[in-house]
Design a protein around this ligand. Structure first.
Ligand code: GLU
Length: 288
């Protein structure tokens, strides 16, 4: 094996066509580049994850014929996140933030992608408020340009300070955030290759920076794949995305028909005809 790739769905709903496309790219990359495949259930947000969604990830992937070499589930990894938090604290890189949602919205600028760029009010004030007041924990981000390369999209020079500023690693409900858990896991699980949808591309620079603070100096290789778009070129709507693969399966549609449809919608094949998993993987591999 030349490294390790992960597929990391969040069990906050049933898998949909967007997940199937991501899985095709991940498994195609693994075949093409000789990588170990790790399935990570990203249930860091216990208020949104549900056991039936977790179960359906295993079942739906297996139904299509995907298999994996190892797996992990974030809700069982609390001690690892706690140790990583201590590592940041030891470097004086963590502080509590007491800003309300409204304050965050009103007192900070937004990035090009519409994200709040936290200016660091609570960083400057120090922890003046009582620790039992609702707060999140933020990591201090340096004013530093991160240079990174995407195998499809090319070179990026981005400064997380102006994309998001200091960002939360634990939220006010005491849940680890996606950004924190994904960095700890990509380090701890030895992930060398990250293949995921381009909707997450803008998180990459901050993840590389946070991994650096946690001690990983050479980040994974990244490939952000195109998303499924509708006929007018727009990303699928929430309603279309909410339509699950499970509903199609229960309606008697075959895996081959769904693979063919997703490859057609993602412009991996010119017509909507049923194909096998291996054919779909070959189509995705041609894009890598
Ligand atoms: N859990 C994320 C999702 O389902 C994927 C995160 C990642 O690949 O970094 O969208």
């Amino acid at each position: 094996m030349n490294g390790k790739i992960r597929f990391a769905p969040s069990p906050t709903g049933y898998l949909h066509e967007g997940h199937l496309l991501s899985a095709l790219y991940v498994w195609a990359a693994a075949q093409k580049w000789g990588l170990h495949i790790h399935l990570r259930i990203e249930d860091h947000d216990q208020s949104r994850a549900r056991p039936e969604y977790i179960q359906s990830i295993y079942e739906d992937l297996s139904w299509f014929g995907f298999s994996w070499d190892s797996q992990s589930i974030q809700s069982e990894r609390g001690r690892i996140y706690e140790a990583a938090l201590q590592k940041l604290k030891a470097q004086n890189l963590v502080y509590p933030c007491y800003c309300s949602r409204k304050q965050l919205e009103n007192e900070n600028p937004k990035s090009e992608t519409g994200e709040i760029v936290y200016k660091g009010k609570c960083r400057e004030q120090g922890s003046a408020s009582a620790i039992d007041t609702p707060h999140n924990l933020r990591v201090k981000i340096a004013d530093k340009v991160i240079e990174w390369h995407d195998l499809r999209l090319g070179d990026f020079s981005e400064n997380p300070k102006f994309q998001c500023g200091d960002f939360p690693i634990k939220d006010r409900d005491n849940q680890w955030t996606y950004q924190f858990a994904v960095c700890v896991d990509d380090i701890d699980e030895g992930i060398t290759h990250v293949v995921r949808g381009e909707d997450i591309r803008s998180s990459t620079a901050r993840q590389i920076e946070l991994m650096g603070l946690l001690g990983r100096t050479s980040p994974p290789v990244y490939y952000h794949h195109p998303l499924i778009v509708d006929t007018s070129g727009k990303k699928l709507s929430k309603r279309e995305m909410a339509h699950s693969l499970r509903q199609d399966k229960n309606a008697g549609i075959s895996p081959k028909s769904l693979l063919g449809k997703v490859c057609f919608e993602a412009h991996l094949q010119p017509q909507n005809t049923p194909i096998t998993l291996q054919q779909a993987l070959n189509l995705a591999a041609d894009r890598l």
